[in-house]
Ligand binder design. Structure first.
Ligand code: AN7
Length: 366
């Protein structure tokens, strides 16, 4: 989809907005769905939880075109693939990468093959891959097996791999850090986010450093990443053969950007920590009910992590002694509607009553 005139550009997307920081030229065909420019939401209730006059902001990546942060990287990866004459894309995914790749492939008019762990993809994400017309292969194995297969298939020349092992993906995703700085006027003190394959923590750290080099900011945040306790290879410093968590997006035992994530954490004097599935679900529910932001379970790892930093003596990073008035950004990576399964059961309690005021008042408890 080549947009040459400004009238054709409904929304600029991250490449047009941050062109000077990205590896594109005038001849790169820009494949965009108007991703990025997502809200950075000041959260009064979360700030109160932290106390000490700290300010907590949620970067809501769930409002991207396919409902996750992956679109930032995908606009770059697919634009560069088109520039190089690609005919087909391939990716492994826990769900969101495949939804995004399928959409951007459709937009570009090329085919997309996605390799998924069978039975482990949240309903909404799988539905998206079908809707956008991807070719879908489910394998008996987990995400790490799927990525291994994709790496091998990508060695031929039929496919361009659009997982985050493709550096164009990381380049696109670093724009989220630029947006945070552009809104806050400087980098925050702390940046919290969920970690799966570790591409996003790598991308944010790159983005923050690059902006500082260009004097767009004067400081760097501590990067604090959170893995699900049953899928925490970086925290435990070993590959997890059978990762398990209900946050299926981050059910990953051998992250592709493991080394880069460790570097980001060390260089930023941040930390990596774990949160349990129960903490994840509680945080998902809390954010929806107290701030009106409905996120998927993997994203809630960042919020559960914030609570752990505030409340637990065992946290890898304690917020109990952070400087007053610190600014904290939590990236929430995907929309809650993608993963309805944990909440569907609760909806079964809904029983219809007769359509008159008397019965409705009784049902309300009046
Ligand atoms: C909602 O879609 O790996 O640490 O294949 O979907 O950059 O991997 C998704 C990852 C966090 C972790 N939150 O980010 C995939 C995939 C959500 C995600 C992550 C993912 P990375």
């Amino acid at each position: 989809m080549r947009s040459t005139t400004s009238e054709l550009q409904q929304s600029r997307g991250v490449i047009e907005h941050y062109r000077e920081y990205l590896p594109v030229s005038a001849s790169t065909p820009i494949v965009s769905l108007g991703e990025g420019n997502t809200p950075l939401i000041y959260c009064a209730q979360l700030s109160k939880r932290v106390g000490r006059d700290c300010k907590v902001f949620v970067k809501n990546e769930g409002v991207n075109p396919t409902g996750s942060f992956k679109d930032r990287g995908m606009t770059m990866a697919v634009s560069k693939a088109m520039e190089r004459g690609a005919k087909a894309l391939i990716c492994a995914s826990t769900g969101n990468t495949s939804a995004s790749a399928a959409a951007y492939a459709a937009r570009a008019g090329i085919s997309c093959l996605v390799i998924l762990p069978a039975g482990k993809i949240a309903t909404g994400k799988l539905l998206q891959a079908f809707a956008y017309g991807a070719k879908i292969i489910a394998i008996d194995g987990n995400f790490d097996d799927a990525l291994r297969v994709v790496r091998e298939l990508g060695e031929g020349h039929e496919f361009v791999i659009v997982n985050s092992i493709n550096p164009d993906r990381i380049a696109g995703q670093k724009t989220a850090a630029f947006e945070v700085v552009d809104i806050l006027g400087n980098a925050p003190d702390f940046h919290l986010l969920p970690v799966g394959n570790a591409g996003n923590i790598t991308a944010y750290w790159e983005g923050y450093r690059e902006y500082e080099r260009h004097q767009r900011s004067t400081r760097l945040p501590a990067m604090v990443g959170f893995q699900a306790a049953g899928a925490a290879p970086i925290f435990y410093n070993r590959t997890i053969e059978k990762p398990e968590t209900l946050a299926s997006a981050i059910r990953i035992g051998n992250p592709a950007s493991w080394k880069q994530a460790c570097a980001a954490i060390a260089e930023s004097r941040g930390a990596i920590d774990i949160v349990s599935d129960a903490e994840i679900l509680a945080a998902q529910s809390w954010l929806a009910k107290h701030e009106g932001i409905f996120i998927e379970p993997a994203s809630a790892a960042a919020i559960a992590g914030l609570f752990k930093c505030c409340d637990s003596d065992e946290a890898a990073y304690s917020f109990q002694k952070i400087p007053e008035a610190s600014r904290i950004v939590c990236t929430v990576t995907g929309h809650g509607l993608k993963n309805p399964d944990p909440i569907l059961a609760r909806m079964k309690e809904l029983k219809p009553v007769a359509a008159n005021v008397k019965d409705v008042r009784r049902a309300i408890g009046l």
